[in-house]
Write a protein that binds this ligand. Structure first.
Ligand SMILES: O=C(O)COP(=O)(O)O
Length: 219
């Protein structure tokens, strides 16, 4: 078997978290008399961590560090109440994870979502499977697309990057995997489109979770 482990991105790959993220972000915008955004716009705002999300949703001219920092704290407060309301695994993820577990493929998660929310989401929505390690964005560790955390996972699993398949839904994920010398599959059910994934270097593009099986277990 070529791949012994999979590193999954979280938002837009395993979990559809878009509506809860958009709800919390729009709430803090409205609370501060800033214009809100349609839920779909958040597909391009999410993916590079909380600070970048806040910078992207604020109107130009209101992105000073002090405003961004205040809005980050406000977001964390609102999201702490709503992160689980409308979020859930995408269709087909449960069966995929069951199958990978039965085949003894090791499972791991690497997200740019703040680490505490990453762990909460995994604990509540993906507790039926064993993911280890689970890393969100941690203070002092460079976020994706820097390959540091992906390589840390390879080290913890005691596997070479070549024996790990990275699965994600954004250009940031594709760049992360390539920088870590891992093969990468881009998923088309997430927040970004196939063009972005292809341009960022996706080796495979998959339309449904079960389409990962022939990649992981070629006949
Ligand atoms: O919350 C984010 O910025 C993105 O999270 P992801 O890395 O799981 O897509």
């Amino acid at each position: 078997m070529r791949y012994k482990a999979v590193i999954f991105d979280l938002d837009g790959t395993l979990l559809d978290t878009l509506e809860d993220l958009a709800f919390a972000a729009n709430r803090i915008l409205a609370d501060n008399n800033f214009p809100t955004h349609p839920v779909g716009a958040y597909r391009t705002f999410v993916g590079e961590g909380l600070r970048v999300l806040i910078e992207r949703i604020l109107p130009e001219g209101h992105r000073e560090t002090v405003v961004v920092t205040k809005m980050m704290a406000a977001f964390e407060e609102v999201y702490a109440e709503c992160w689980h309301v409308r979020s859930a695994p995408y269709p087909g993820i449960a069966s995929l994870l069951d199958y990978l577990t039965a085949k003894e493929i090791r499972l791991s998660i690497l997200s740019n979502k703040p680490d505490q929310f990453t762990r909460l989401c995994v604990h509540r929505m993906l507790s039926g499977w064993h993911f280890d390690p689970v890393f969100g964005q941690r203070p002092g560790i460079p976020k994706k697309p820097d390959p540091t955390a992906a390589l840390e996972i390879a080290h913890i699993l005691d596997l070479s990057p070549a024996s790990i398949l990275y699965v994600g839904d954004s250009g940031v994920d594709m760049h992360t995997a390539r920088a870590a010398m891992m093969d990468v599959a881009g998923v088309l059910w997430g927040f970004r489109d196939g063009d972005e994934l292809r341009r960022a270097g996706a080796r495979y593009l998959v339309a449904r979770p079960e389409d990962l099986l022939p990649i992981l277990f070629p006949v």
